[in-house]
Design a protein around this ligand. Structure first.
Ligand code: 6Q4
Length: 280
């Protein structure tokens, strides 16, 4: 007969961790470097105040972030290992990204060259393909949501805005509108192609140090987005322009799909893959 082995999965709790230095502040709470007492495994501990979440009506969004990030396991998607709560706070046990925030790097150097940008974009394509295969739209791709792993590899995070495709955004937007595609600005139905548009905006920002539709006031930004009105600085290579112009297309169904994007010459010529790096 089968000997039913009781697998004892102990739920992690706050006392299972040594709390280290604060890594910074997230949208809804502080983030600390932490380490499991038993395995000495480093994690990022994100603390969220229940009162704050309730006031900002963000509990459903947090539930969705937990459900999605807990399930999606991919090397370019920041892992959510566990979550638990106490009387006033919710704790997310997230993957620690040792090389920090990508937008810090971008701000420090101003803009990336073709090789750096294409290497990051190739990893973003892999992560988005995985999300879309799992019927998840991220909807909030931007440099602020990208962290860097031990080897400098890209890790997207912050699935707070992600949903299952297709959907209609309910919550009001917070933060920058630079990354919004026309169909969301015009409050129409949208699908996974919103992430393709954001990939174009992200590529442009990597190469130029600012997003393509950025302007002094929101109304002008809206108009530039809905008319797809943008121009390239003269240092942007022809291959990069060709790549971006196939993503920033008004009609969602006319945008280049991820399987074509990963085979585009700009990626093939400039992206550095692991095989290029690992010596035979
Ligand atoms: C995606 C989301 C929108 N972003 C966030 O949540 C942010 C909000 C706070 C920090 C970050 N969250 C995370 N950060 C890390 N690693 C990390 C971050 C910053 C540094 C760093 O450069 N400093 C401390 C430097 C050290 C030097 N001084 C000068 C500046 C700060 C080094 C490593 N791993 C996991 C997370 C996560 F996501 F799991 F919580």
């Amino acid at each position: 007969q089968s000997n039913n082995v009781e697998v004892e999965v102990e739920d992690k709790k706050l006392e299972d961790y040594d709390i280290g230095k604060p890594l910074g502040r997230g949208k809804f709470g502080r983030v600390y470097l932490a380490r499991t007492k038993k395995e000495h495994f480093f994690v990022a501990l994100k603390t969220l105040f229940k009162e704050q979440l309730r006031k900002d009506n963000m509990a459903h969004q947090l539930r969705r972030e937990i459900e999605i990030q807990f399930r999606l396991q991919h090397k370019n998607i920041l892992r959510l290992y566990d979550y638990f709560d106490d009387e006033h706070r919710i704790f997310l046990v997230l993957e620690y990204a040792p090389r920090g925030e990508l937008y810090e790097k971008l701000k420090k150097v101003g803009r990336f060259d073709d090789m750096k940008a294409a290497t990051y974009i190739r990893q973003m394509i892999a992560a988005l393909k995985f999300c879309h295969e799992n019927n998840v739209i991220h909807r909030d791709i931007k440099p602020e949501n990208i962290l860097l792993g031990y080897h400098g590899e890209l890790k997207i995070s912050d699935f707070g805005w992600s949903v299952h495709a297709p959907s209609q955004r309910r919550n009001t937007m917070c933060g920058t509108i630079d990354y919004l595609p026309p169909e969301i600005v015009l409050r129409q139905r949208y699908d996974h192609n919103v992430d393709i548009w954001c990939l174009g905006v992200l590529t442009y920002e990597f190469l130029c140090g600012r997003p393509p539709f950025e302007s002094a006031d929101m109304q002008t930004t809206y108009d530039h987005i809905t008319h797809v009105k943008f121009s390239y600085p003269n240092y942007v290579s022809d291959l990069a322009k060709d790549f971006i112009s196939k993503l920033l297309i008004f009609k969602p169904e006319n945008r280049m799909q991820l399987i074509e994007a990963e085979k585009h010459d700009w990626i093939k010529q400039f992206a550095i893959t692991e095989d290029d790096v690992n010596y035979r």
